[in-house]
Ligand binder design. Structure first.
Ligand code: AMP
Length: 617
């Protein structure tokens, strides 16, 4: 790839040897210098390839023109494209939306009619992802030396998958990638050697997978230069697992034998090879560290050569920063990338920056990017609402839908402005609202950099779950019916994600009263526990999977608060600047002070006693 002639390959992916960091950096420079040309070519290519699909034909009417595209193709939400996705899931030809065959559907967080959202994916898109992953390496090498002198204890997991009626695989995006040949047959990259053998990553039993990956990581502790997982929540889950299982892990290391309950044949074989022989001294050393009263700085103690922790700590994962800092002993926390089931978006070009300073540079050959402006508070005197209860930002979203608002292109975004991301992908999504609100923080060459602000509508998140205010309302409404039948009224509710212990869990604060008088009713624990379970049963498939299958979310809790608590909350919000006239109870609380106000008035606490139903959809 040369300057002025940005991308020549089909699909616009320049070829290079990922072991060659200099070549990688050169590609990144080219991509970020030639943003405008690349974006134009991406759009041209997507339109040219797909103009004859049923979806685009309806709008473009045979025209291949970018202006026509932007004028006639609507900006859409999932609900708008769902009928097409469902047709494909049920056996219709994928060329109703994509000229490239759709080979699988990627299950995304968020629910639509009780089902997870599903995003189309093509074979070519796997190459695009590989290209993207390869670009992360030169960026890290620029800031951290010697990553080729050891290994990464990077804990990766696959999730259950299923097939659609037409036989297409439906699974989460990372599971799809790890199971692909692009991952399994990846060429050797000296900067990217994992302690986890592929068999342990691909093991479908998450407990065996976790155990074996930690065992391999401990045995190779002197070689480990970085540790991590994709999301902070998953990494902390691994630390908790270690807390519960270190004695058994040490016993395996001491004897050189893998525990009998590791029955997955692939795992047993590869882990036995890594264990190799009894290592009593290593076992003593690990036991000594794990036995210490405090686990502060345990990562550095167990993996002494570790230079950083690679986990996403932006967005909803920011809630884990302090816990990670406690365990890490001050190691940098590195969020390398920003991606989704729809498309991989951006790379953090300053990986060692503090979590709250992290920005992602959108890579212009990944998709065609557009941006819906999101106004700041009081910017134009119009009626805006706070985007959601968890957002600490000053950004606001208009209450009305945004169909009337024009999008701006990647090269036209303005510093300091908030935008919602809209993508047109190579896989059959056209002007699709991702739902993420981003803020422009600067530029790398000509490519804008964005801070992830929050996801539209999401109020609660512990792991990869994303619960909206609407999801929560629906779930609470179902539970409310149970108490109402007993003469109890739910007057007010709010929620928060309690991550003070791992795994975190959802907490609902309920103010309730007896019908007919203002007294706190006598509460039957069984009934209240049933309410907790009913809320959980009503939440989306990703929540239920995390809770039931991954154990990455703990039992949901209802805290009943005394009469008048929500008045106290309102007083607090008003004292913080909320308008009395427009005050609406926030359905999710993030401020520590507000949580204290609620917590100090709790009269009873109840937990869900059973994990909700879940099966792959
Ligand atoms: P899913 O499609 O279910 O995999 O979820 C993708 C979403 O996760 C994105 O649209 C973001 O809302 C969120 N996400 C992914 N990567 C990051 C990141 N680096 N920082 C913050 N949020 C992220």
């Amino acid at each position: 790839m040369t300057r002025g002639n940005p991308c020549q390959l089909p699909g616009m992916l320049p070829n290079y040897d990922p072991n060659d960091s200099e070549a990688g950096m050169k590609i990144l420079e080219d991509l970020t210098e030639n943003v405008e040309q690349i974006q134009q070519r991406v759009l041209e290519e997507i339109i040219t390839r797909n103009a004859r699909t049923d979806y685009l034909k309806g709008f473009l009417d045979g025209q291949f023109d970018k202006q026509v595209f932007k004028k006639t193709v609507p900006v859409v939400n999932y609900e708008d494209i769902k009928p097409y996705i469902e047709r494909i899931a049920n056996g219709d030809s994928s060329n109703i939306i994509s000229a490239e065959p759709i080979i699988e559907l990627l299950t995304s967080s968020g629910t639509s009619g009780g089902q997870p959202k599903m995003m189309p994916s093509t074979a070519e898109d796997l190459h695009r992802k590989t290209f993207f992953y390869n670009l992360l390496v030169p960026v890290m090498n620029k800031y951290v030396d010697g990553l080729d002198e050891g290994k990464a204890m990077y804990l990766l997991f696959v999730k259950p998958e299923t097939k659609t009626p037409s036989g297409l695989m439906a699974r989460p995006v990372l599971t799809s990638y790890y199971k692909s040949n692009n991952f399994k047959n990846r060429p050797f990259n000296r900067f990217n050697v994992y302690t986890s053998p592929d068999e342990t990553i691909l093991c479908s039993d998450s407990k065996q997978s976790m155990y074996c990956q930690l065992l391999c990581g401990l045995v190779q502790r002197q070689e480990v230069l970085r540790v991590g997982a994709v999301f902070a929540s998953a990494f902390l889950r691994a630390i908790k697992f270690l807390e519960h299982n270190w004695k058994e892990l040490c016993s395996n290391i001491r004897t050189g034998h893998v525990s009998d309950w590791i029955t997955d044949p692939g795992c047993r074989k590869v882990v036995s090879l890594v264990l190799n022989k009894p290592k009593p001294e290593l076992a003593d050393l690990i036991e000594h560290e794990c036995n210490s009263k405090s686990w502060e700085g345990i990562i550095k103690k167990l993996w002494p050569r570790t230079k950083y922790i690679e986990v996403i700590v932006t967005g909803s994962m920011a809630q884990y920063v302090s816990t990670l800092e406690y365990y890490s002993g001050g190691l940098p926390l590195v969020s390398t990338m920003y991606a989704s089931s729809e498309c991989y978006f951006g790379i953090n070009f300053k990986p060692l920056s503090k979590p709250w300073d992290v920005s992602y540079t959108l890579i212009p050959n990944m998709a065609y990017f557009e941006f819906l402006p999101v106004k700041k508070k009081n910017e134009d005197g119009a009626q805006y609402v706070q985007c959601n209860g968890v957002c600490k930002e000053n950004c606001m979203e208009k209450e009305t839908e945004k169909e009337d608002v024009e999008t701006v292109e990647l090269v036209d975004v303005k510093l300091g402005q908030y935008y919602e991301l809209v993508v047109t992908t190579f896989t059959g999504l056209y002007r699709y609202r991702v739902g993420d609100i981003l803020m422009v923080t600067g530029f790398h060459n000509k490519a804008p950099q964005f801070r992830f602000v929050h996801r539209r509508n999401v109020v609660l998140s512990i792991d990869t779950d994303k619960t909206s205010e609407e999801d929560l309302l629906k779930a609470v409404t179902k539970a409310k019916v149970i108490v109402e039948s007993l003469g109890i009224l739910l007057i007010e509710y709010t929620s928060y994600a309690d991550t003070s212990s791992i795994p975190g869990h959802y907490v609902l604060f309920w103010e309730i009263t007896s019908k007919g008088n203002n007294h706190l009713p006598v509460l039957d624990p069984k009934i209240m526990e049933q309410c907790c379970s009913t809320v959980e049963e009503s939440l989306d498939s990703v929540y239920r999977r995390c809770r039931r299958k991954d154990n990455s979310i703990g039992p949901l809790e209802i805290r009943v608060v005394q009469h008048g608590t929500f008045d106290a909350l309102m007083d607090f919000c008003v004292s913080q600047g909320s308008s009395v006239n427009q005050y609406k109870t926030p359905r999710c609380i993030k401020s520590g002070e507000a949580i204290n106000i609620l917590d100090s008035r709790v009269v009873a606490r109840f937990f869900s006693q059973k994990a909700p139903f879940w099966e792959p959809v």
